[in-house]
Write a protein that binds this ligand. Structure first.
Ligand SMILES: Nc1ncnc2c1ncn2[C@@H]1O[C@H](COP(=O)(O)OP(=O)(O)OP(=O)(O)O)[C@@H](O)[C@H]1O
Ligand SMILES: [Mg+2]
Length: 339
């Protein structure tokens, strides 16, 4: 990619709220609160953060399954909201979702070959014989033995079901997969197999992947870059090295600290994740993280921090780090109060 080429996906200032419901009917849930990010062609960007931070909501907006309240999503340089009918059909071909629970995308009554062929049928692609050949090719691509073609989803393991869902998602040769925790519903023993499959597909097909995950260990293995979300906002983005070696946002540091690590040298002991994530109905003022942040200063509860660059690929939204960048994680332990 040349420096001037637009990213495959660009998210600009996306906001998404939901009615809070019940007695709080006049209030709203701030699920996504002004997010900017981009994914380049063939790149794996992981989106991480605690439960409720807005990852799935943002993923649904990006996959075209939900419309943002404001802000824009550009795919291949074009505003998705401004696409005409033909443009939307093309967008839905080029961007495919993969869900946590594979059963959500599989019809229980259909043999899996039919599920995999369905996107081809729906888009009027190929004669029956050509479709059969394509289904066989897709099954082999995702490592499904051919003899499973006539089985129903319930006859397959969870890992095999997810392979079927991935095969169906790949049928129309998309350029971006939006995978929302695609392995977290699977047995631990098969999670690695599906992750390896995604890594391999990305390599072979040049796919870009927006990978939504809880598990930072998985993210470190699969990603080129990582975006960390907290209460609807992206607080830090960077390459895997930026994020894991030199995290700048205290929330990122706390998340990394929470990963169990056998090597004590690689454990960070200064920024524990204290307390619960606040309600997105009434998020804290200023930096949303200030209520849990051991380094918060007065300004943090008043002003929303903008993104500060910490390197060519690295930025974080933290007033404290902007003034005194945090040292690499592996260096001498930093104690609260030494900044
Ligand atoms: N359809 C909806 N109606 C009302 N509130 C919603 C809806 N979808 C999401 N929310 C709320 O928006 C916030 C963000 O939810 P979201 O599912 O995007 O978070 P998440 O980061 O994906 O969490 P998890 O890690 O648990 O999957 C949460 O407070 C959630 O309750
Ligand atoms: Mg989610």
């Amino acid at each position: 990619m040349t420096a001037t080429e637009a990213p495959l996906l660009e998210v600009r200032g996306v906001v998404k709220t939901f009615p809070a419901g019940g007695l709080l009917h006049r209030r709203v849930v701030h699920a996504v609160d002004g997010v900017d990010l981009h994914v380049r062609r063939g790149e794996v960007l992981s989106l991480v953060g605690e439960s409720g931070s807005g990852k799935s909501t943002l993923g649904r907006c990006i996959a075209g399954m939900s419309a943002p309240d404001s802000g824009s999503i550009l795919f291949d340089g074009q505003d998705v909201a401004a696409l005409d009918r033909a443009g939307r059909v093309e967008f839905r071909r080029r961007v495919q979702p993969v869900f946590q629970d594979p059963r959500a995308s599989l019809d229980p009554r259909w043999p899996i070959a039919r599920t995999i062929a369905e996107p081809l049928v729906a888009n009027g692609m190929g004669a029956a014989a050509a479709r059969d050949a394509r289904v066989a090719e897709l099954m082999s691509l995702v490592g499904l033995p051919r003899h499973l073609a006539d089985r129903r989803p319930r006859e397959l393991s969870g890992g095999q079901q997810q392979r079927v869902a991935i095969a169906a998602a790949l049928a129309l040769e998309p350029e971006l997969l939006v995978a929302d925790e695609p392995v977290s519903a699977l047995d631990v023993s098969v999670q690695a197999q599906i992750l390896n499959l995604l890594a391999e597909l990305r390599e072979r097909l040049g796919l870009a992947l927006l990978f939504i995950a809880h598990d930072l260990g998985v993210v470190e293995y699969l990603s080129d870059r990582v975006a960390v979300m907290y209460l609807g906002r992206v607080v830090e983005t960077g390459t895997v090295d930026d994020i894991f070696e030199q995290p700048q946002h205290p929330y990122t540091r706390a998340l990394i600290d929470a990963i169990p690590h056998p090597d004590p040298q690689r454990r960070m002991t200064t920024a524990r994740l204290a307390g619960e994530i606040p309600s997105p109905i009434a998020p804290p003022s200023g930096c949303h993280y200030h209520t849990r942040c051991p380094w918060a200063v007065d300004r943090c509860s008043v002003e929303r921090p903008g993104q500060t660059p910490f390197g060519p690929t690295h930025e974080a939204a933290c007033f404290v780090a902007a003034e005194h960048p945090f040292p690499p994680r592996t260096s001498v332990t930093l104690q609260k109060g030494t900044l």
